[in-house]
Ligand binder design. Sequence first.
Ligand code: IPE
Ligand code: IPE
Ligand code: MG
Length: 252
Amino acid sequence: MNAPAQPAPVPRHLAIIMDGNGRWAQQRHRPRLVGHRAGARAVRRCVAFCLQRGIQALTLFAFSSENWNRPQEEVSGLMKLFLRALEREVDTLHQQQVQVRFIGARERFDPAIRARMQAAEALTASNTRLVLSIAASYGGRQDITAAARALAVEVAAGRLRPEQIDEERLGAHMALADLPAPDLFIRTGGELRISNFLLWQLAYTELWFTPTLWPDVDAAVLDQALADYARRERRFGLTTDQIRSLAPEPHP
Ligand code: IPE
Ligand code: IPE
Ligand code: MG
């Protein structure tokens, strides 16, 4: 087989719904929390993978705004796990030159967790090798709603006219506004839905689903997603002929 003329494109920004922890534990007749712990180990593998493949931004859905409605025992177990991960992992991430950020309604977390989140962001703020955004207490609809509210405040204060509101201005108030939109979205665990993840930001993202449960995810699974992504033609509304005559690939 001939070598490809160009190296396969690697996504700049990868966004993942890490689903299937509970089922992974249930298959082993263990409490769901055991699955969440195994899921945390998969996060480490995933970060290492992104560093190795030169992916610049990784956004992980860790806890949705809807997940607060899970049984209280599971929520408090997840909070403990989250706090422990913040205590244990941030130094390593910093050494790996990873910039850590959190998106979502952080006021809903305990002060101890909020303080750790802020400390992690402050410590790693100038790292540039990989931007790791953790979506925690995040909801895509809330993200859009908050952006709309921010613009409404500007209008009410007379600093903005309604006709000045466009996609760019609205998008600028949303999470991850300073990053390129996700190129590739992965959902593990077999469900074929977005579950209120990055609704605005995923408008032209390539979607990839796998039945593999999140705790079982390794480099082989992620490489499969990247290989499929490299074969996709991203048209952004144009025709194939237009895309081929354009180089390099356009991004919205
Ligand atoms: C994803 O795994 C992790 C969180 C939502 C916190 P789940 O806990 O949803 O696992 P399943 O879908 O029940 O298997
Ligand atoms: C989505 O998973 C949220 C996270 C992975 C954090 P869920 O397991 O909560 O999604 P649904 O409820 O099955 O759609
Ligand atoms: Mg789930």
